[in-house]
Write a protein that binds this ligand. Structure first.
Ligand SMILES: [Zn+2]
Length: 300
């Protein structure tokens, strides 16, 4: 029984079908100190806010190290590959950010029109996260071992680049994630104490969370434990907020500045809200009436 509960703390979604270019970065996005960080503009005919939100976050992660991230995002499957191809065309001035978004959207719509509709019907951000950021492969090991009788089993939900948060018991995202990676349970065979361990093979580069419960604070970094070697820390890069069926985002740059983007309100630009130090884990959970429904952590 206990084991079942543990699984539910962070559960996978049900089956799914499922040169470091530093100068270029500055030229393209004016990341460093401009008030013109770019974003995708809302499509009022085919409501696009879920795509605007996630893809704008991904864009700002990607353009920090185009070579590394183009490879990293390739792991997540066809739709991320289409996005990366599009972003590379954006960099070359061949298409706009909105074109890049629409290319992915078309492919998603063809694959699953019910989840990714056109028109004014909304898109579930957890579906979009699943199609865009869930790694096709397991990124590590997940076992439960009894310290008394040595009963051992493999856990179904293994380390992945996308994690679903379905309980607020541990309050913060990092605590919830840490507990998922390392906790204790009760042995089905002997009632002894078991050790639950989920470890990543290597630095995943990016870990995204689909937050499906309220009351979770958003840490500025998360700790990822590995099979061997020291744990690593991934900094917060983006938060997606939901308010009245509309998504908006915070982008956190490598310079630790927080920017706000909303494809309706801010359009193709973002608004600088100030240094990350002005925010607490608790205040990051909300933006105006929006509540955090996703958070994305990625290496600098
Ligand atoms: Zn046992």
């Amino acid at each position: 029984m206990q084991n079942n509960l543990k699984q539910k703390f962070i559960d996978d979604t049900p089956e799914t079908d499922m040169p470091k270019l530093k100068q270029q970065r500055i030229d393209i996005t004016n990341n460093s100190n401009s008030d013109n960080l770019s974003g995708m503009t809302w499509d009022s005919v085919n409501h696009s806010c879920a795509y605007d939100a996630l893809f704008t976050v991904i864009y700002h992660i990607w353009c920090k190290n185009i070579h590394y991230w183009s490879q990293n995002f390739n792991q997540y499957g066809e739709h991320s590959q289409i996005l990366v191809q599009g972003l590379n065309q954006v960099v070359r001035g061949q298409i706009t950010l909105n074109n890049a978004r629409d290319n992915v959207r078309q492919a998603l719509h063809i694959e699953c029109p019910a989840k990714f509709p056109y028109g004014t019907i909304g898109t579930d951000i957890s579906d979009l996260l699943t199609y865009m950021l869930k790694n096709q492969n397991t990124l590590g090991t997940a076992t439960e071992i009894c310290s008394s009788c040595n009963y051992e089993r493999e856990l179904e939900i293994k380390p992945n680049s996308l994690i679903f948060i379905t309980s607020s018991q541990f309050k913060s995202l990092n605590n919830t994630f840490l507990n998922w990676q390392e906790s204790q349970g009760h042995c089905d065979s002997c009632e002894g104490v078991t050790n639950i361990r989920r470890k990543f093979n290597q630095n995943p580069g990016l870990v995204a969370f689909s937050i499906q419960v309220g009351g979770i604070t958003i840490n500025k970094a998360i700790k990822v434990t590995k099979i061997s070697g020291p744990a690593i820390t991934l900094p917060l890069k983006g938060i997606i907020y939901l308010s009245n069926h509309h998504f908006s985002i915070h982008i956190i740059t490598s310079e630790k500045n927080v920017w706000f983007h909303d494809g309706i309100a801010t359009g193709s630009t973002c608004i600088l809200e100030g240094p990350l130090t002005n925010f607490s884990d608790k205040t990051l959970r909300k933006h105006n009436s929006g509540i955090a429904v996703a958070a994305i952590y990625a290496k600098n």
